[in-house]
Design a binder for this molecule. Structure first.
Ligand code: HXC
Length: 514
């Protein structure tokens, strides 16, 4: 064999070995796959076209001259997932902890550019200790280049970040700029500064898991959108998530064959709302019954569980769901729920996914802590996002739609296209007891039996407002439907709205109350 072929084969083999057998073994011992193994699971067989497989750095300080690995700790390229084209990168922790170098930056930027120019999703498999310390400002500048491209691609092509290792520093900011962050239960961590640095700066003692583990980011900070059992499940989830999304913002999401009848009436829904107005019920039961069987993919399930957001299908078409969850905090809207809902609305709007909103909400959560932390500003995001969204929007009031939440949760004034209500709907400015105490304060004070008088007025208020018919009479509700009819009604409505075209006034950009 000629010398140049031998050289090529040796280099290729070296590139496939990453940081070498010992480090690959360590990676496996931690229950982690290598970058190439991950890509093999993610992409359709034989679909991968690699870019920059042999690129290495040119640093000689800190003994770096001896640490040259073809590919420089990252595998990048194009491939297909279920026949659809995607751009991918996978950081290789076996090479200097997947640390982010100038070469890594060039390689990621290249596929970011290709993804944007070709209008295809970008998926990052992250496993990196952040900026490569030996490269100093080169690596910091490299992050800036990647972040810039994340921002420019935002809302144009779907960007998904899968966190498969201890990701620190700059390695978490690029994911934070993407549309979805997926973590795994055992091996993924995200923090700007690790436990050691925190201890030295603030004196706080914290473990990696309690600082930036998957439960923290899925349930508390809201940084991550999904937590998977393991790497295989995270990769499966990535493929599933992509199936609800278009290739880019000029296309529609793919339609799949539906095996669930479009005219299916769901009798169970007629009894789902309890007789007593304060009794909770699980909005998941409503959602599961309405949408195509087994099509619901909840997003941020652990964060702000008083609200539910997620993707599903109706007659095979992708839709976005926003719902209050009366089984948690009575479905009241707080700061976190506002952030969760408004972000999800914008994702659906960016990718032409119609929105279906289920309303059962007593209002925004009252409280000093909420006010101090800006519930006004955060709550306003919901109004802003619904109003700005031009995709088809349909709402269904199942029970309470009180005060600000009636207006904010996809009311007709928020440019909603169709407003349905169930006969159990209660559409009012506020709850009965509160309203009566304000309206009849003087009278109640003077009454011989204030409790009896209050009960009488509360009953009267309920009779007057705790139904959907006043709102329907005023045209605020388009139609009061039987709960069991909800699925066929939604399918019919979305069919009509599929060709909806709506424009917003020309502007550089609005000033969302972020
Ligand atoms: C160079 C690094 C590295 C880094 C890890 N390594 N991080 N090399 N630069 N940032 C190397 C280690 O030296 C080690 O090499 C190998 O990768 C594996 O790392 P371990 O520490 O053995 O692994 P583990 O115990 O699993 O710990 C992983 C880790 C830890 C939690 C990520 O390595 C760590 O804390 N790294 C530093 C994190 C950090 O602070 N990064 C800088 C962020 S600043 P050897 O040869 O010994 O096996 C930043 C600024 C950007 O990113 C800001 C942009 C806005």
């Amino acid at each position: 064999m000629s010398d140049y072929l031998t050289t090529l084969r040796e280099l290729r083999e070296k590139a496939l070995r990453g940081g070498g057998p010992k480090r690959i073994e360590q990676q496996h011992d931690r229950g982690k796959l290598t970058a190439r193994e991950r890509l093999a699971h993610l992409l359709d067989e034989e679909s991968f076209q690699e870019f920059g497989a042999l690129a290495t750095h040119n640093i000689t300080d800190f003994g770096m001259g001896e640490q040259r690995y073809p590919g420089d700790g990252i595998v990048t390229g194009l491939g297909k997932i279920n026949g659809r084209r995607v751009a991918v990168f996978a950081q290789d922790f076996t090479v200097m902890g997947g640390s982010f170098s100038e070469v890594q930056s060039h390689k990621i930027c290249r596929i970011q550019d290709v993804a944007l120019e070709s209008g295809i999703p970008l998926i990052g498999l992250n496993d990196s200790g952040g900026a490569r310390i030996q490269e100093g400002v080169r690596s910091l500048a490299g992050y800036g280049e990647v972040f810039q491209r994340n921002v420019l691609a935002s809302g144009v092509i779907p960007q998904i970040s899968v966190m498969l290792g201890p990701c620190a520093g700059g390695a978490v900011y690029s994911p934070a700029l993407t549309d979805f962050v997926i973590m795994t239960r055992d091996n993924s961590f995200m923090f700007l500064t690790g436990p050691e640095v925190i201890k030295s700066v603030t004196g706080e003692e914290v473990t990696a898991a309690t600082l930036g583990g998957p439960l923290i980011h899925n349930c508390r900070s809201g940084v991550a959108h999904f937590v998977s059992e393991n790497e295989h499940a995270a990769i499966f989830l990535t493929k599933l998530l992509l199936s609800y999304l278009p290739q880019n913002n000029t296309e529609d999401p793919p339609k799949v064959a539906s095996y669930d009848p479009a005219d299916r009436m769901e009798e169970s829904l007629n009894g789902v709302v309890p007789g007593s107005e304060s009794e909770p019920y699980d909005m998941h039961a409503v959602i599961d019954a309405v949408f195509d069987r087994d099509s619901v993919l909840e997003v941020q399930a652990g964060f702000a569980p008083n609200a539910i957001v997620g993707f599903a299908r109706l007659d095979g078409y992708a839709v976005g769901i926003v719902a209050n969850q009366p089984a948690h905090m009575a479905g009241a809207l707080d700061i976190d729920a506002s952030d969760k809902i408004s972000r999800f609305i914008r994702i659906c709007d960016a990718y032409s996914i119609p929105l279906v909103t289920f309303v059962d909400c007593p209002g925004f959560l009252p409280g000093v802590d909420q006010e101090y932390h800006g519930v006004i500003r955060h709550g306003a995001k919901i109004i802003y996002a619904y109003t700005e969204a031009t995709v088809p929007k349909i709402s269904i009031v199942t029970r309470k739609a009180m005060g600000g939440s009636y207006v904010a949760m996809s009311s007709k004034q928020m440019r909603n296209d169709l407003a349905f209500a169930w006969p159990t709907a209660q559409i009012a400015v506020m709850g009965a007891e509160g309203a009566v105490r304000i309206l009849y304060r003087q009278e109640l004070v003077k009454a011989a039996d204030p409790a009896a008088l209050e009960r009488k007025y509360v009953e009267e208020y309920r009779r007057m407002f705790f139904n959907p018919f006043r709102a329907a009479d005023l045209g605020q509700i388009d139609e009061v439907i039987e709960p069991r009819e909800t699925r066929p009604r939604l399918i019919r409505a979305l069919e009509v709205l599929r060709t909806k075209v709506q424009q917003n006034p020309a502007k550089k950009h609005g000033l969302m109350p972020v």
